[in-house]
Design a protein around this ligand. Structure first.
Ligand code: GLA
Length: 387
């Protein structure tokens, strides 16, 4: 076992197109972003009966059993805490604990550790701060224990942690992106086989991420509901996965499907087609056509999947309104939905003016100060470790 200080780093991601397709065995087209979560950890010698996790961003420290099966305490103690009542574990610490517990469940003996988290990934903004945290923790624990899991196993372990400890039944896109991201390359993911096709991103392109700074709380329950509606659609269509459904087949089954379930399925089926097509256009340098598919994806998310919200729709229409003359090829919401970020595919030379215009117009309309940053596709945790 490694007795030294271990450091691991993993990025967030932005998804260019292919939303809510990963858990339907479909296609997505994400890129890792130049925003990272860094984990620093060391074996704990002062008290071997508890592990200590510290978040620099939140100024909170939690204590868990070394195998992370039990939460012990948090500091500072919440001020509204009546004496004797048990305190709930802060959400961020559940992601850490979930990953550590996955190692413990694989019969890896995890000692007490001191772990510190530092990050510049926007938190809760739809750019996978949770996957960045999970993957960074997993890479650090892997080094500490000297285990030999491959990248796909690491991604799946992190996804399982999110299912079990955070209660979010997510697909695998975020964890795969954070593990396998590559500098200057997009990833076309086939979420049936978990095969990745890397696509060069021209230096003339900018990926502009604008955070609406709103997050509607219903997100987790709605996510679960969408998954169930897709399963219902599969049952009615007699297929195992929406990946296997063509538009014509869906249209002909429409009379036997509730309208809501039909529209959920139509989003997934059409989004898969758009994603594969967008990847082809990007390979050919047909950016305006890829951008049009992003715009269509947003309409589908708004009308059929119903996962956008007024603030996000406003940001998207402000960006789209700039058009090709303003350097915008396309724009859409990115991530799980109900707030978070939009992604704009723009001309690199126009990135600053696009951000400035959208942020100013959004502020004028909503009084909310959005955050914007421009990123190139970045290295994932795996590449960082080898590099
Ligand atoms: C969240 C999930 C992903 C994916 C997206 C929607 O980010 O973690 O697995 O389903 O939502 O595309």
């Amino acid at each position: 076992m490694n007795e030294k200080i271990v450091i691991a780093k993993a990025p967030g991601r932005v998804n260019l197109i292919g939303e809510h397709t990963d858990y339907n065995e479909g296609f997505t087209l994400p890129l890792a972003i130049e925003r990272y979560t860094t984990i620093r950890l060391q074996r704990r010698t002062s008290d071997a009966s508890a592990s200590r996790y510290h978040s620099l961003a939140l100024g909170e420290t939690t204590f868990w059993t070394p195998d992370a099966s039990h939460f012990l305490s948090v500091e500072p103690t919440p001020t509204n805490q009546s004496s004797g009542a048990s305190v709930a574990a802060p959400t961020w610490s559940k992601y850490v604990a979930g990953v550590i517990n996955q190692f413990a469940q694989r019969e890896q003996s995890v000692p007490a550790i001191d772990l510190t988290i530092e990050t510049n990934v926007p938190l809760g903004g739809g750019v996978s701060s949770s996957a960045a945290l999970e993957v960074a923790v997993a890479m650090a624990i892997q080094q500490l224990l000297d285990t030999k899991l491959d990248g796909l196993e690491i991604a799946k372990l992190c996804q399982q942690a999110e299912h079990d400890y955070a209660g979010v039944p997510c697909g695998l896109m975020d964890q795969l992106s954070s593990v396998f991201g590559r500098t200057n390359e997009l990833m076309l993911m086939d979420c049936r086989t978990n095969q990745l096709e890397f696509i060069a991103a021209s230096s003339e392109l900018a990926f502009i991420v604008i955070n609406s700074r709103v997050k509607h709380n219903l997100a987790d329950g709605e996510y679960r509901q969408r998954r169930q509606q897709c399963e219902e659609a599969c049952r009615l269509l007699g297929v195992n996965s929406l990946r296997d459904v063509e538009t014509a087949q869906l249209e002909s089954a429409r009379p036997k499907m509730p309208d809501l379930v039909f529209r959920r399925a139509r989003h997934v089926v059409s989004e898969n087609a758009r994603t594969v097509q967008a990847a082809d256009y990007l390979k050919l340098g047909r950016w305006e056509l890829a951008g049009q598919l992003m715009n269509a994806s947003h309409v589908s998310m708004r009308q059929d999947y119903e996962i956008t919200c007024p603030e996000i729709d406003l940001l998207v229409s402000l960006a789209q309104g700039m058009g090709l003359e303003g350097g915008v090829y396309g724009a859409r919401m990115t991530g799980g939905g109900f707030g978070g970020c939009i992604v704009v595919l723009g001309r690199a030379s126009h990135a600053d003016s696009i951000s400035a215009h959208v942020v100013a117009a959004y502020l004028a309309a909503t009084r909310i100060q959005a955050d914007a940053f421009t990123t190139r596709p970045a290295a994932g945790a795996w590449q960082l470790l080898q590099g």
